[in-house]
Design a protein around this ligand. Structure first.
Ligand code: SF4
Length: 616
């Protein structure tokens, strides 16, 4: 059985379709909260239709219900399922009015109401063309089953210029009274703009998929022919393309998993490749398209173009900072098995010795959602719902403070967020350490909100201003962006390219493990022997409860939105807040670990060796 997802995979790469069919990887990694939030948006759009029915979650039951309800003259079916031969589709909403069927798709991308045309196939609207291919597939399946009906397609997008005139719109589901429901419907009419794409989808069904949006042999034929071709594929026929394709970059099957060899290793690595899982796409820096198009697929094959062919040359001519290009070269050298230092710490990192205590390692979480939480705000305005802070009072004493908005009735968590920030011990003294500019921007955004909202919030403004500048006698920099120190001054050979907090943490943990093994020293140099970090490979996995899957900022955001919108089961309502707290705590603690690792290198080595610290 081919469903919407499998069809789209097969369209680009047959082999990917085969992996999906085998369910060897990637399944179970679905962003469950995100999916729920998307359905929540769909239901908001559905409030404008008549005679709305919801199908069962399970496909067979949903298919039977759809068939039965489509016998009515007028109906709006959320989650409609249609099957035709080997093809199956599940639509967000299917409308029926007499002999007219309308496929309704809801997309989260903001759009200007004034731009009501879509040019399929254009580079600017690549995403929209993908949405249209999805709609064409649905249209094709429907046509086969309901040939005597006309088929229309409508896309709904949040309007870029919409400003909410209602408080707590995202909680529309819990407002069941008739009067409120009417007001919500009015708001949703204004929030979601409609684009009728019937003609463009009909053209696509007739003429086929635009060039560049499907593999060779699939673009030149009509959609019905394409459906027949894909439907007749046998499992054994699903093969790898002759060469890697653009889709490989994002493909979750490219690299090896815990119990499966990666696609590139199996299909594109010859005997000479030493590291078949070090791919060009993981090289730091922009692009990599040119290299992969030149056939440089594995890092060890990639050419170094700037003349700095060795670590010695980089050190001599590379300048005061470790550039992205140098990191890339080091990755390539490492993949070739050439000499690369275990640690390279630039002299500039010595500034960490002089920062003013107490140190507040702070991490904020924000949510952006198409349904605004408050009156007067636009879709996707950030809502700051959580923070975690580890305060290092001196080199030994570490204290944690954290806060998460768990109040189902609170529509503006920014106020409590600000007040709770003020409760961090000694927060208006010392240095605030963060990773990326996000935390400072958040403070500025909140200040703007409190200064320009319907009610000027002087108490919160004072807190945030003090947070920004610290005490009057503050002599050192108040903020330190640790990501900048890492980017400019720190490299270790275990880092896999990226400079995000989790990637750097993973590299630092491996480096610490290696340094301890070299020194034959079992003493953990990290601040908490019995915390998350001793002997664990991925601390973000260890904090999960019952497949909660909250291991990055996007999952945390979606989990909180689901919590706030009342989309969680009773059990999840208990689990999600505790995992969210642990997740944010871990982000803050990761900064402490990275900071201590660098401080320790500085303490141990900078006395004997003026200049960069280099350990092989
Ligand atoms: S890595 Fe490329 S060739 Fe392999 S399954 Fe994915 S998209 Fe297809």
């Amino acid at each position: 059985m081919i469903n919407d997802h499998l069809f789209l995979q097969l369209l680009n790469c047959q082999l990917k379709g085969r992996y999906v069919l085998e369910e060897k990887q990637g399944m179970g990694k679905r962003p469950v909260y995100r999916q729920r939030n998307k359905l929540h948006l769909r239901d908001a759009v559905a409030t404008r239709f008549n005679n709305v029915r919801d199908t069962a979650d399970e496909v067979v039951g949903a298919e039977e219900e759809t068939r039965k309800w489509l016998k009515e003259r007028e109906v709006s079916i959320c989650g409609a399922v249609i099957r035709s031969g080997e093809l199956l589709t599940r639509m967000p909403i299917l409308l029926k009015e007499g002999k007219k069927l309308t496929i309704v798709q809801i997309h989260g991308k903001l759009r200007k109401r004034t731009v009501s045309e879509i040019q399929p196939g254009s580079k600017q609207e690549r995403d929209l063309t993908d949405y249209m291919i999805r709609a064409a597939y649905r249209s094709g399946v429907l046509m086969r089953e309901y040939p005597d009906h006309s088929i229309n397609v409508e896309f709904y997008f949040p309007d870029k210029s919409y400003i909410s005139s209602k408080e707590g719109l995202y909680k529309y589901r819990s407002e069941l009274s008739e009067s409120t429901r009417g007001r919500n419907e009015e708001e949703f009419e204004k929030l979601f703009m409609k684009i009728d794409v019937t003609q463009s989808v009909a053209d696509m069904v007739l003429n086929g998929v635009p060039d560049g949006f499907a593999q060779q042999g699939y673009c030149e034929i009509s959609f019905q022919k394409l459906l027949e071709k894909i439907e007749s594929l046998s499992f054994e026929e699903l093969e790898a393309p002759v060469n890697p394709i653009a889709h490989c970059r994002q493909c979750e099957f490219r690299k090896s998993g815990s119990d499966i060899s990666g696609c590139w290793e199996l299909n594109f690595a010859d005997q000479s490749i030493q590291y078949p899982d070090k791919h060009v796409h993981e090289l730091i820096g922009h692009g990599n398209r040119r290299e992969s198009e030149n056939g440089e697929l594995f890092q060890e094959q990639v050419q170094i173009h700037d003349g700095l062919h060795s670590f010695e040359l980089m050190k001599k001519y590379g300048g005061p900072k470790i550039s992205i290009q140098q990191r890339r070269n080091l990755q390539i050298l490492s993949a070739r098995g050439e000499n690369v230092p275990t640690v390279w710490l630039k002299k500039e990192a010595e500034m960490l010795k002089d920062i003013q205590y107490p140190l507040h390692f702070i991490d904020f979480e924000a949510a952006t959602y198409a349904l605004p939480n408050r009156k007067g705000v636009s879709p996707y305005s950030p809502v700051y719902f959580q923070y975690s802070c580890h305060t290092l009072k001196n080199s030994e004493l570490l204290e944690h403070t954290g806060w998460l908005d768990e109040d189902p009735d609170e529509i503006n968590p920014g106020v409590a967020f600000t007040k709770k920030l003020a409760e961090i011990p000694q927060i208006f003294e010392g240095t605030v350490i963060h990773y990326s500019p996000f935390e400072r921007q958040a403070i500025q955004n909140l200040l703007k909100q409190f200064r320009t909202g319907s009610e000027i919030r002087t108490e919160e403004i004072d807190i945030l201003n003090s947070f920004l500048v610290g005490q009057k006698d503050q002599t050192n920099e108040r903020f330190l962006d640790l990501s900048k120190v890492i980017r400019d001054s720190y490299f270790n050979r275990f880092m896999e390219g990226g400079l995000g907090l989790k990637q750097v943490l993973s590299g630092v943990l491996m480096c610490e493990k290696f340094l301890r093994s070299v020194k034959d020293d079992n003493e953990c140099s990290l601040p908490m022997k019995n915390g998350y970090f001793f002997g664990t490979e991925n601390p973000y996995l260890d904090i999960q409860l019952q497949n909660s899957s909250i291991s990055d900022g996007s999952a945390a955001m979606n989990a909180w939105i689901s919590l706030k919108c009342g989309l969680l089961s009773d059990e999840e309502q208990l689990i999600v807040p505790s995992v969210l707290k642990e997740y944010c705590r871990l982000d803050s603690l990761s900064m402490v670990v990275i900071f201590n690792h660098i401080k320790q290198l500085l303490n141990e080595f900078s006395e004997d060796e003026p200049g960069d610290i280099i350990l092989f």
